[in-house]
Design a protein around this ligand. Structure first.
Ligand SMILES: [Zn+2]
Length: 488
């Protein structure tokens, strides 16, 4: 060790190194206290503090890069400091390998190391180095052993199907093993309603309006509702890391119901592409201009009274000023919606509805097959992209392969949308009329129903010089200028 009290020499330059970590020594002594203790020791040794380096390393043994530690090694390597001060050697090194590298630099550059808790460590002697290695090994062993014990206990609990602990799961008591019947009924209702086409949002609003609280006594959000519905716990599965084990607690729903839920989730994802679901209006995406056959857009239209009502308009240009449609037609939305709704209700009260329901029930297994095929096809597209990115396909091969896979995927999406849409009708509860179900359902369900029935709605131009009749005593609107192209 260097002597610190030689007056003819400039004072020894020391760096203080501190690290916060989650192990017990780190949490016991905050970084502020670590630094104070290190400063005192530095002064006692008559050294001068030339740098204070601090790493925030809360995940112990993560192997994460420590910028301050790297800087410390650099200062040591370049001979800018002659001493290092730390709380303990286990603040300095996280692994024996790091320690060996550190010892090597100290040796070459003749650097002193002092620690508050382990005293001075003279790395220039064999016994000093051994002491440091023992400290390091013991500290590492303690942490590793604790981690191992914890892991083993968690795996054991998972394999025996026991709950992982934590917050009380909705539908069960705190221990996660005993069903609370009235909450279980809510879980089953949520799942049934989602399968029937309600959105998580609609369900959340409804639960809140009925003053049904979450497990923590809060209001429901769409995310809460979804998380409770889709957790594997409901069907008696204990998940640990990626693995699934049979749970020791009683399930809330049957395996069949669980599969229907998965299908409903996938169906949602598959159908979303078509006409969009984030729409606020019932008919957006359905309405076309009969002059130019372009889809009509929703605009605000001024009334004579100075109010605005939404209307469908044929747009001449898109947002990029590219030509789009003829721009000649505009029609107010409220009477159009009423008219379409009347037409739908009339159509569904005819015997066709029974045919439709019969055909959609038999279509369910087919739909499952389409959705499986779609997964395969999506995977294939990813593979093609991989092959191209690794150079196994050249650009023209990639383009051909991609085009064919994408076309196949599009075809499957159409089939799924077709079958999934039809399934909506199956979900009209027995004993309820279409009108009643319509009134109780949300926009997503209504749009799915329309999608089942309607291909397009054409708006025809007004006859010149012909007065507009008054529709339902409210609007000047000619129902004869609307043509609905039915799918079914
Ligand atoms: Zn047009």
């Amino acid at each position: 060790m260097r002597s610190s009290n030689t007056p003819s020499q400039s004072p020894i330059q020391a760096a203080i190194y501190t690290r916060i970590s989650s192990d017990r020594r780190g949490t016991a002594l905050g970084v502020q206290r670590q630094q104070e203790a290190c400063r005192e020791l530095t002064e006692r040794n008559g050294w001068q503090v030339m740098a204070v380096l601090e790493d925030n390393d809360l995940s112990a043994y993560s192997g994460k890069h420590r910028p301050a530690y790297a800087r410390l090694l650099e200062l040591m390597e370049t001979g800018q400091l002659q001493a290092v001060v730390a709380l303990h050697t286990d603040r300095l090194h996280r692994s024996p390998m790091e320690m060996e590298k550190f010892i090597d630099i100290c040796d070459r550059q003749n650097i002193s190391v002092a620690t508050v808790q382990a005293g001075p460590i003279d790395l220039s002697t064999a016994s000093g180095r051994m002491g440091a290695r023992v400290y390091s090994a013991v500290a590492r062993h303690e942490v590793e052993h604790a981690i191992e014990r914890q892991r083993a206990a968690k795996l054991q609990a998972a394999k025996s199907g026991k709950p992982s602990g934590g917050n009380r799961p909705y539908g069960y008591e705190q221990n996660g093993m005993v069903i609370i019947e009235h909450e279980a009924a809510v879980v089953r209702e949520v799942i049934d309603r989602f399968i029937a086409g309600d959105s998580w949002r609609t369900i959340a609003i409804d639960l809140n309006s009925r003053d049904i609280p979450t497990a923590k006594g809060n209001k429901w959000t769409p995310i809460n509702v979804r998380n409770v519905a889709v957790r594997p716990r409901n069907v008696g599965i204990r998940v640990h890391n990626e693995d699934r084990y049979p749970a020791a607690w009683p399930p809330l729903i049957s395996q069949d119901k669980w599969e229907d839920l998965q299908l409903a989730i996938k169906r949602g994802q598959a159908v979303y592409g078509q006409r969009g679901t984030g729409r606020r209006h019932l008919l957006s995406g359905f309405v076309y201009c009969s002059i130019c056959d372009q889809r009509m857009h929703i605009v605000n239209s001024a009334t004579r009274g100075g109010d605005y009502v939404p209307a469908f308009a044929c747009r001449k240009y898109d947002i990029n000023k590219e030509p789009l449609g003829c721009g000649k037609l505009k029609r107010r939305m409220p009477p159009l919606e009423e008219l379409v709704l009347d037409a739908v209700m009339y159509r569904l009260s005819t015997p066709r509805l029974d045919d439709l329901i019969a055909s959609s029930e038999s279509a369910a297994p087919e739909l499952k097959q389409f959705i499986r095929d779609r997964d395969v096809q999506t995977e294939r597209l990813n593979e093609i992209l991989d092959l191209y990115s690794t150079g196994e396909l050249d650009f023209s091969e990639y383009k051909t392969a991609k085009a064919s896979a994408a076309a196949h995927l599009e075809e499957l999406d159409k089939q799924i949308a077709d079958h999934a849409g039809r399934r909506t009708l199956v979900n009209i509860p027995a004993g309820q009329t279409v009108q009643e179900t319509w009134d109780k359902s949300d926009l997503k369900w209504r749009r799915e129903l329309l999608d089942t029935l309607i291909e397009k709605i054409y708006i025809d131009p007004r006859q010149p010089g012909k007065a507009m009749p008054v529709f339902k005593g409210k609007y000047r609107f000619d129902p004869n200028l609307i043509r609905i192209i039915w799918r079914a």
